[in-house]
Design a protein around this ligand. Structure first.
Ligand code: 5GP
Length: 204
């Protein structure tokens, strides 16, 4: 369980495609259920296992456009030149008004928009251990076809160059370690580690 140790504020986690933002978010949901993670709206189709209202709000393009027109997004962007993604404004504002921490996992364009409107937020960049590892992860997850992978790698190159705009960089070399570092930055106490088995004094 995470315990708040510093004043609550908004934290924005961004980073290149396939760096593992989704995996870190899933680990956070599992091990830190009391850290509130914004549920984005998107026009993209659900992937197997994704649940509407949990992983995303899956909207039709006209529904998304209606929310844009109504000023209902804190930020929104067309990501990888294809689908629209946005952060519903009201839930985030309610969390912050209640003095509770909130986390957004969004792309670089969205992070830049939040920096304009909420410069007091904490901006965290999730980086891959290397470019080769990023390419390997994108190919390994097999959720995109070759054309989409190529498109995402072009975006990723631009995104990697933006790390310097962020307040902190976390290298995603190990998911749980990266999540714990994020939680510590948010001013929440880390989840207790599993107890290590007692050391056998006879083994060396
Ligand atoms: P995916 O389709 O793989 O779930 O996400 C594609 C990209 O969209 C990721 O880089 C993710 O961070 C970004 N994304 C997810 N939700 C939002 C959002 O609400 N706003 C913005 N700007 N980007 C988002």
């Amino acid at each position: 369980m995470a315990e708040q140790t510093t004043p609550a504020r908004l934290t924005v986690l961004a980073g290149p495609t396939a760096v593992g933002k989704g995996t870190v978010s899933a680990d956070l949901r599992a091990r830190y259920p009391n850290i509130w993670l914004s549920v984005s709206a998107t026009t993209r189709a659900p992937r197997p296992g994704e649940v509407d209202g949990v992983h995303y709000l899956f909207l039709k393009p006209d529904e998304f456009a209606g929310m844009v027109a109504g000023g209902e997004f804190l930020e929104w962007a067309v990501v990888h030149g294809r689908n629209s993604y946005g952060t519903p404004r009201r839930p985030v504002e309610e969390r912050l008004a209640a003095g509770a921490p909130a986390l957004l996992e969004i792309d670089l364009q969205g992070a830049r928009q939040v920096r304009q409107t909420m410069p007091e937020a904490r901006f965290v960049f999730l980086a891959p251990p290397s470019w080769e590892e990023l390419v390997r992860r994108l190919e390994g997850r097999g959720t995109e076809d070759a054309e989409e992978r190529e498109r995402r790698l072009v975006t990723a190159q631009v995104e990697l160059a933006a790390a310097a705009e962020f307040d902190h960089t976390i290298v995603n070399d190990d998911v749980q370690r990266a999540t714990d570092e994020l939680v510590a930055l948010m001013g929440c106490a880390p989840a207790p580690r599993e107890r290590l088995a007692p050391t056998d004094p006879t083994s060396r």
